[in-house]
Ligand binder design. Sequence first.
Ligand SMILES: Cc1cc2nc3c(=O)[nH]c(=O)nc-3n(C[C@H](O)[C@H](O)[C@H](O)COP(=O)(O)O)c2cc1C
Length: 222
Amino acid sequence: MREHEEIQEKLIEVANRRYATKKFDPDRKVDDDDWRTILEVGRLSPSSFGYEPWQFVELDNPQMRQDLKPIAWGAVNSINGADKLLLIFARKDITYDSDYVKYMVQDVKRHEYDPNSKSSQAFKHFQETDMDINDERTRFDWAAKQCYIAMANMMMAAAALKIDSCPIEGFNREKVESYLAEKGVLDRQHWGLAVMVSFGYRDEPIKPKSRQAISDIYRTIK
Ligand SMILES: Cc1cc2nc3c(=O)[nH]c(=O)nc-3n(C[C@H](O)[C@H](O)[C@H](O)COP(=O)(O)O)c2cc1C
């Protein structure tokens, strides 16, 4: 029981330790094994129907990182000091009859794929009717929501390893995507930029949390 309580305490400690870091120490690098661990936690994240609509792209090119500054205001602090800048791409072409779903079902899950099967048609109904996902924008948003889950898991894993991070949505999507496409990094036909996240070591004290009380955000319906 004591061990279980320690895990509870540890989880809260890690959640408090994670904060959106504004000042990183440019001289401190993330250890390779830690980085592999963080990526593995991202890879193992849950996704709708298990379709993993993401790609994790580490931007380690100094010039490209500098080029992003004017079009990604929320990333400037991270670019100035974080060891890792991860771009999370979301697929925007996932439909029941797409080549991507065929690949996921056949090659990753090793199931039989048929666009007319019960499971394919269930996914079609879920997307088109239940969720009203019927165009590129809604497909992108659906995939991007899932990218945020992977990002959150990676940030918690990093915090547990005493690595700091910052989620980044402060960018002009059109400008950043067209820049990345021009550089040959992003295939805009299939992918969009969901969010960025940086990892490294802070060069400032951890910011204490300011949050609403649990009674303001949680209720039970009986
Ligand atoms: C989706 C999302 C996007 C964010 N974008 C940025 C950003 O572009 N730049 C930044 O410095 N912080 C960004 N933040 C950090 C938030 O401002 C921060 O998480 C919030 O104020 C709570 O503080 P804490 O994370 O330190 O507890 C973002 C957070 C989230 C969840």
